[in-house]
Structures are given as C-alpha cells and as structure tokens.
Write a protein that binds this ligand. Structure first.
Ligand code: SF4
Length: 343
C-alpha cells in the first residue's frame, strides 16, 4: 500500500454567505479549511468526526460536485481539481460514491436492471447487450442479491438490500476508489454489520480503495486501515487504526473513543463528556479550534493554531501538548484509551 491512489493537499472549501436583495457576500462557512491526506491502492481510510465537521464536504469536493476554494486533489498522479469537465469524465469513472440514504439515492422509477446498466452504458463498458446483461448479473452476485431480483423496483427491497444495490451501482463503473458517505448510518445495527462485512469482502476481492466517511468510530474500528479525525474543518489526528484506538494522541479523539463500547466483558472506557457545542464554522475559534471544549486547554491553545505533525511513525496529531514534557501531557503513552475495570 505504498503508491497513493488519491492525494488531497491543503484542501479548502469555504461557502460564501449571501444576504440581502443583491446577494452580497457577508461571510463564509469554513467547512473545510486546509486538510491533507492520501489513500493507497486497496486501502481504507476512515474520515470521522461529529456532524457538521466538514467530512462529507471533503467527499463531495473530491468527487468534484462543486469547485474547491483552494488546494489540490490528485488521482493516480493526475491533478483533478482544476480539470475541465470533459477531460475529467474518464477519471470520474474511477471514483464512485455510496450515499447514506438508500431510500432517496435510487431512482424509484427505474428497475434494478436499469439502475445497474446505466453506469455500464454511460462509460461504454459493455461490448454488447449480452455482455451488459452478464455484467448486471455479476454485480447482483457480488453484492449477494438474487439475480432474478433485477426486474424489481427499489421500493420492493429492504433498506439493507437497497444499500447493496447502491454498492452494486458504484461497482458497475469498475472504480478504483469508492467514497462511502455515512453509507451505513441509516441502517439497523445488524444490517450495518452485514454491509460493513460486504464492503470489506469487496475491497479484498477487487483491490478497491475506500474513503469511509462516518461519525461512528465503533463502526470504522472493524473495517479500516487508518483513521483521520476531523474537527471543525481540520484534521486533528491521523493514524493506523490499531495505534489510534490503543493510544490516541489528540484530546478530541480521546473523547470520541471514550464513547465507543469496549468488547471485553467487565471492562469499559472512562467516558469523557465534552462541554459545550461545536462552535460555528462561520466564526471558528482562534488558536486551536478545539480549545473551547478541550479539558486540557492552556493559554497557548487560545492563541496559536497547532500544526498537524508526526508524533510516532505514521501517527500525526495537531496539539500543543506534544511540546510539553511527558509528565505534563495527559495523552503521553496509552493513558488516553485506558480501560478501567467495572468492578
Ligand atoms: Fe486541547 Fe490545546 Fe491540544 Fe487544542 S492544542 S487539543 S486546546 S491541549
């Protein structure tokens, strides 16, 4: 997993706020404010954070659903953020998306066969009608749905089955990268697990890269290689899954992890309840954006913005605590994710 398939460098998306009859710009929503990461071929990177942190905007920016404010997005060595729409078309095929809501993301007036055939036709992937039919059947097999269900309408399926159709539609284009934008959030717990398992299997079978956008760390724990944690438009920590879950290096990650149930019977994490709400992305706090809620904030945090830097090989964190002696850093070592015995 050494060659980056996707590289995002200093990505910014600021939405203008317009007011009044003439629609003059009165401010900006700093939805994404300078984030960088990469995803290797065949890798899963999970982008996690609370609702409104900007993670879905990142996915949409990569897919070029709107123009970005700044930064670069590179797919397999080709910069795509400034590419004209016509030139972008073949590269679009290589990046597909699965949305959160399996009810609204499928056209209710199309049978499953047509939903799956559409991207195959659009990208000219089938040799002839027989090849098209075979590809549609193969896609049904891939997502573990019966082939004879291709003649049915979306409303005839359960939520989990519809999400399987959404995944099959994404696979129809033969992508290298799938962006899963809260793809299992709307599903029941048991169905969630089935869809996560399916995505994992497909990744192994097809060598796909996944950008898995989720607010739920418990879900990503079982399926990701690395995790990037976002807070108010910034990435505050990136690390391999095991390292991040065992010893988070950022207070926000520590707080998110404290809410994740521990599988071992008789053990639990010490729950950290963050005070206050997430500040507005229209007027983010000066210094560290997390300082208004951070239990460890000190004077410097209110003035200087911490840079994302490597604290251990492959483990990056943006926090001034790393400049303090270990004895004064509550996140030094594995203390942040320490389990405490229930009894
Ligand atoms: Fe908390 Fe300060 Fe670290 Fe920000 S820089 S996470 S406020 S300790």
């Amino acid at each position: 997993m050494s060659t980056p398939l996707l590289e995002v460098n200093d990505l910014k998306k600021h939405f203008p706020i317009r007011a009044g009859f003439l629609g003059g710009v009165t401010g900006h929503v700093y939805a994404v404010d300078g984030i960088s990461f990469s995803i290797a071929k065949g890798e899963t990177l999970s982008l996690v954070g609370e609702s409104g942190c900007g993670k879905s905007t990142v996915g949409k920016a990569i897919l070029r659903l709107f123009d970005i404010t700044g930064g670069q997005v590179t797919l397999d060595g080709t910069r795509i953020d400034d590419m004209p729409a016509g030139t972008l078309r073949p590269l679009r095929r290589r990046m597909q998306v699965v949305f959160q809501d399996p009810y609204s993301s499928l056209n209710p007036r199309m049978r499953v066969r047509d939903i799956l055939a559409e991207p195959i036709r659009n990208f000219g992937l089938a040799k002839d009608a027989a090849d098209l039919e075979k590809r549609v059947g193969d896609l049904m097999d891939r997502v573990r749905l019966p082939r004879d269900a291709v003649g049915r309408w979306p409303h005839e399926f359960s939520g989990g089955q519809r999400q399987r159709i959404g995944i099959a539609r994404a696979l129809a284009a033969e992508p290298d990268l799938i962006i899963c934008d809260e793809a299992v959030s709307a599903l029941d717990v048991s169905v969630k697990a089935q869809i996560v398992n399916l995505l994992q299997d497909l990744q192994k079978e097809l060598g796909l890269a996944l950008l898995f956008i989720s607010h739920d760390l418990a879900i990503v724990e079982h399926m990701t290689h690395r995790v990037a944690v976002m807070y108010l438009g910034k990435i505050v920590e990136v690390a391999p899954k095991r390292e991040l879950f065992a010893a988070p290096k950022h207070p926000y990650t520590e707080a998110l992890l404290s809410a994740v149930p521990v599988p071992e019977p008789g053990a639990q994490r010490e729950r950290i309840i963050l005070k206050g709400d997430v500040p507005s992305p229209i007027n983010p706090p000066k210094g560290c954006r997390f300082h208004t809620r951070c239990p460890y904030a000190f004077d410097r945090c209110r003035q200087d913005e911490p840079a994302l830097r490597q604290t251990e090989p492959g483990h990056w964190s943006a926090c001034h605590l790393h400049d303090r002696p270990a004895a004064e850093n509550p996140l030094a070592g594995a203390k942040g994710a320490a389990l405490i015995a229930k009894h």
